[in-house]
Ligand binder design. Structure first.
Ligand code: MN
Ligand code: MN
Length: 475
């Protein structure tokens, strides 16, 4: 007996174990988890593009006392936002300490894999009597998952008359949907049966159904196409040329749903990475008078490499730091700018994969994250010998683990798949390029990049707690 006790003590002292949140959490915390997940479901069901995220985040920020940077005075505790081309955004709470001593920054991305329209998308197929839209997918999708499901069109069109119109078609129950029809199995044996799984549907076969009826009182020409243009023109004032410049995105039309009889999981489109972006946003809105300046960055274009001026490779981040320095200092030099960035600590808030129950062979069990075990702290990402990875330093990641432990944040270590199985990158390395300390940290998903990604409500909650504790307490 005594020996057994001794062994248990030793085990407790020396052995690392993850925690299954549903077993660890008390009734009150379970209530908090479920309440928070209802807010999250509502948000992620409404917000399906980066523009929509920025618009909604601005509304929520203003309600929580954030003001545009042009109106800021530079006082500690001041709550500020800055928007970049309607597609990325920073929320800042000025700290009691000078930003030159560093900020606490959480960066997440608000773009998600989807299907974009080509610049000249609309055509009529004479032989099939249908009008269709040509598409070009965005991000790493398994294209076969996007056929035969209800799809919605979200976007912004810049009209010839100089006005812009926002469009959402397919979200209301009475709206029509768009759809990518797949080939019937009866005739697919040869044409699809011999293809590799990833090519079951090819990019140029992703042609969206948008119409089937001709315009009235016209016998000749592309009457079905013309009818669609007429409908678009009547409702939005759009002419075909306007489509060339438009940002038009095709996304799943379905709403988030609870999964399982116990309702512990959420299935929804766009959880990579709006689960982190929503919790990042909520965390900064709930932060008050932090010691160090808190910055929530909501970035675009992560899914296609973080390029462009709204992605994380953009100088928008340097611009943001310069603006904060200008607000809080009479004068400053590049030295202060570089010091502020060098002293900044970053959580790269992006999703990881949890162990898949039906494809365990791609994971290495000791280092695979598990669902409902808290946010995944990922020391390094990348692939094939850690290539193209952020490799967080022991001092920094250890400090973050300690911060989480001391504040009741459920977390677990994780590595994305077996060595040489595949891999993936995040925004982390672009923050590391700016000489900031950064570690990846976000909930794990099942079915990542699919039209219905799956997260645990417990993990969503732990992400919120993690980012909030970091903003409020990381010294
Ligand atoms: Mn992501
Ligand atoms: Mn992704």
């Amino acid at each position: 007996m005594a020996e057994k006790k001794k062994k248990n003590e030793l085990e407790e002292k020396l052995v690392y174990k993850t925690k299954f949140i549903w077993k660890e959490s008390k009734t009150k915390e379970k209530k908090d988890i479920f309440r928070f997940s209802e807010d999250y479901k509502k948000f992620v069901g409404e917000v399906k593009t980066e523009r929509e995220f920025v618009k909604k985040a601005k509304e929520m920020a203003e309600k929580a006392g954030f003001i545009p940077i042009e109106k800021a005075k530079g006082k500690p505790g001041e709550r500020i936002y800055i928007i970049n081309r309607n597609k990325s955004m920073a929320l800042v709470i000025l700290g009691k300490k000078d930003i030159v001593e560093g900020a606490n920054l959480v960066v997440s991305h608000i773009d998600a894999p989807r299907i974009d329209l080509k610049p000249h998308p609309l055509y009529e197929d004479k032989e099939t009597y249908l009008a269709l839209l040509k598409t070009h997918y965005y991000g790493g999708i398994k294209k076969y998952q996007w056929v035969n499901i209800p799809l919605a069109l979200h976007g912004t069109v810049y009209l010839k008359n100089g006005k812009t119109v926002d469009i959402v078609i397919g979200e209301d129950e009475n709206d029509p949907i768009l759809i990518l029809p797949d080939l019937l199995p009866h005739l697919a044996r040869k044409v699809q049966g011999d293809r590799k799984a990833f090519n079951t549907i090819e990019g140029e076969e992703m042609n969206l159904l948008i119409g089937s009826m001709p315009v009235e009182k016209l016998e000749e020409g592309e009457t079905i196409k013309l009818n669609i243009l007429k409908l678009l023109n009547e409702k939005y004032g759009i002419v075909e040329e306007d489509l060339i410049s438009a940002d038009l995105e095709i996304v799943p039309a379905h709403k988030p749903r609870d999964v399982g009889l116990d309702k512990g999981l959420i299935a929804a489109y766009g959880q990579d990475d709006r689960v982190c972006s929503y919790t990042n946003l909520r965390a900064i809105l709930d932060t008050k008078n932090p010691a160090k300046t808190a910055i929530a960055l909501l970035m675009d274009k992560e899914e296609i490499g973080s390029d462009t001026n709204t992605g994380s490779k953009s100088m928008f981040i340097e611009y943001l730091y310069t603006e904060i320095l200008a607000l809080t200092h009479e004068t400053f030099t590049p030295r202060e700018l570089y010091r502020a960035m060098t002293n900044t600590q970053v959580l790269s808030a992006d999703v990881d994969a949890v162990m898949d129950p039906s494809f365990k062979q791609v994971h290495e069990p000791l280092n695979a994250a598990r669902i409902s075990h808290g946010i995944v702290v990922t020391k390094y990402t990348g692939s094939g010998g850690k290539y193209s990875s952020n490799d967080a330093h022991a001092e920094f990641i250890g400090k973050i683990m300690k911060l989480f432990d001391e504040n009741g944040v459920y977390w677990q270590p994780g590595e994305l798949g077996k060595v040489d199985e595949g891999g993936g990158g995040t925004i982390a390395k672009f923050m590391a390029e700016r000489n900031m300390d950064v570690v990846d940290c976000g909930p794990g998903l099942l079915s990542m990049h699919s039209p219905m990604e799956i997260a645990s409500k417990a993990d969503v909650w732990s992400a919120y707690l993690a980012y909030h504790v970091f903003f409020q307490k990381n010294q």
